[in-house]
Design a protein around this ligand. Structure first.
Ligand code: GLU
Length: 549
């Protein structure tokens, strides 16, 4: 009797693997094109590490004229959540990580190499498992959970490695006839690989990121088909990446320890090996200690956080590319206005060990990107965000679009545009004092050097009586502030005051701070001249009256 009888008994309806080899032919792509895939499990929100991988997958495929696949790894159905695929697809879409092939929604997909949901590929996995059984490279294992527990106990006692291998692999040497009989008797079983590896032999691997690495061969008889007929990840991965004609498997380095098993499976299945790139986990600096960025401790680990905060997807992408490729930063410095699409991403320029996620830096990147947008763009994007998250801001902006744009245009569109907005959630606080009714309810003055009520009145009144004129150019305005300073005993220039402080009450800056605080309620704002231009005469006068009240 040969293995074929066993294979036919276990998978009577499975097709020949040649059927699938023909159905999913080699791709017709330009030389050097990368076929990449992002393969999340629909178990919850997308982690920033997942997004990181997805951005790299997409970038490399796009850059080389290849394809980027979104594959849903749902063979562990216990862990699945409702709407999981929707969350993945939408989460990625928010960052323009749009697949060329694969899942589009809970039950739609596109592409010629599908199905792209592993739970729908059962027949395919079984066909390949059958081919291994036929070749004597896989076998049914009847061990119950209790028996496996018993083996583990004995291994612990004997102080040897845990697992199902060598002499511990109880079902490996059951005679063929007996296997067949037990299956015919209706016993439950899983299918295991019959590993040809030995722990005392080494296997070498050249990783696109980690370089040359070496580890002991796999010798575990890993499960390739579970009791429910589906494969675990380890078996789905070679079958899918082979049939989808993936050229580069880019995934987190938490998969490195399983690589020997994967390499053995690729070999047993006679698949051409794709290139592997194991990316370092993104880390977080926790009071000087580096640790993995965690779903539980770090809100920024969830991709939804960026949407909630109103951090531009572009900023996150740019920052992550920055983290990913050591040559990104110099490239960006040399090409401040180019699209990231033009950056030539290289796997071998990736960090071998975990880069630290730095929110301050991300927000800095974001400030630069936002500083290059027009006031109108900022208005539109802020409003879009406010639609979801901030009713009050939404109303402020919507009630007077033209005014909103003028407010946001202060100190913008010049050579050194303002850089104070990092995320849309900050906009309200940045602009709120420009709205009269909000300002009236919130007049907390923060005077600096000049604190004396009478002196403040004196500065404000003199200004209004003798110097206030909105028709002035910026230069005229500033000269008048200097005149005002001089008239009241302050120096026209800061320098003069610093040289002989005893001669003056203060300097021109102290005078303009008084005007700034009365008009805006704040000591720190963008250009006061521009603010006054936007507020207009009535509003300024009203604010001054309010102050005197
Ligand atoms: N489903 C696996 C994960 O979520 C995919 C690993 C891979 O990319 O090969 O980590």
């Amino acid at each position: 009797m040969d293995y074929k009888v066993l294979a036919d008994l276990i998978f009577p309806d499975a097709k020949e693997i040649s059927y699938y080899e023909e159905k999913y032919p080699a791709r017709n792509l330009p030389e050097g094109a990368y076929v990449t895939r992002f393969a999340p499990s629909p178990t919850g929100f997308i982690h920033v590490g997942g997004l990181f991988g997805g951005i790299i997958d997409k970038k490399l495929a796009k850059q080389t004229g290849g394809k980027f696949i979104l594959r849903i790894e749902d063979t562990d159905q216990k862990r699945e959540i409702e709407n999981g695929i929707f969350q993945i697809v939408n989460g990625l879409k928010g960052f323009e990580v749009i697949p060329d092939e694969g899942a589009i929604s809970e039950d739609e997909e596109s592409g010629e190499y599908g199905p792209y949901k592993q739970s729908e590929r059962k027949d395919i996995y079984q066909a390949y498992a059958k081919s291994l059984i036929q070749k004597g490279l896989a076998y049914p294992c009847f061990c119950s959970p209790e028996e496996l527990e018993e083996i583990r106990g004995k291994q612990e006692q004997a102080k040897v490695r845990p697992g199902y291998y060598g002499v511990w692999a109880k079902c490996r040497n059951i005679p063929l006839e007996e296997k067949i009989k037990r299956i015919q008797n209706g016993e439950k079983y899983v299918i295991r690989l019959k590993s040809a590896g030995r722990e005392d032999r080494r296997v070498e691997h050249k990783d696109c990121i980690k370089g040359k690495i070496e580890f002991p061969e796999n010798d575990q008889d890993a499960i390739i088909i579970k009791g429910d007929g589906l494969p675990p990840y380890h078996f789905a991965h070679p079958v899918d990446d082979h049939l989808m004609r993936v050229t580069h498997v880019i995934r987190g380095d938490e998969w490195l320890p399983s690589l020997p098993l994967h390499l053995e499976l690729f070999r047993a299945l006679e698949f051409k090996l794709p290139k592997f790139a194991h990316t370092a986990t993104i880390m977080k600096d926790d009071d000087g200690n580096k640790r993995k960025i965690s779903k539980r401790k770090d809100p920024e680990a969830a991709v939804s956080y960026y949407h909630e905060q109103g951090i531009l997807a572009e900023s996150v992408t740019e920052y992550l590319l920055n983290v990913a490729n050591s040559n990104f930063e110099p490239w960006r410095r040399g090409n401040p206005d180019k699209s990231v699409d033009e950056f030539d991403f290289q796997l071998n320029k990736m960090n071998v060990s975990g880069a630290v996620f730095d929110m301050v830096k991300l927000l800095d990147v974001s400030k630069t990107i936002i500083s290059k947008l027009s006031a109108e763009e900022i208005y539109n994007k802020t409003l879009e965000w406010a639609n979801y998250y901030d009713e009050e801001l939404k109303k402020l902006l919507e009630d007077n679009r033209e005014y909103g744009i003028r407010v946001l245009n202060i100190e913008r569109g010049n050579v050194k545009p303002r850089k104070d907005i990092a995320k849309w959630i900050d906009v309200k606080d940045i602009i709120i004092y420009m709205y009269d009714d909000k300002f009236a309810g919130n007049t907390e003055y923060e005077f600096q050097k000049v604190n004396d009520k009478e002196e403040i009145s004196n500065i404000v009144n003199t200004y209004m009586e003798k110097y206030f004129d909105l028709a002035d150019s910026k230069e005229e305005w500033f000269n008048k502030i200097k005149d005002l300073a001089e008239e009241l005993g302050y120096s026209r220039e800061v320098k003069a005051y610093k040289q002989e402080p005893e001669k003056f009450k203060g300097h021109v800056g102290d005078v303009s701070t008084v005007l700034r605080v009365v008009v805006t309620g704040r000591s720190n704002t963008p250009d006061l001249y521009e603010i006054m231009q936007v507020l207009g005469k009535d509003s300024i006068k009203e604010r001054i009256n309010l102050f005197f009240k």
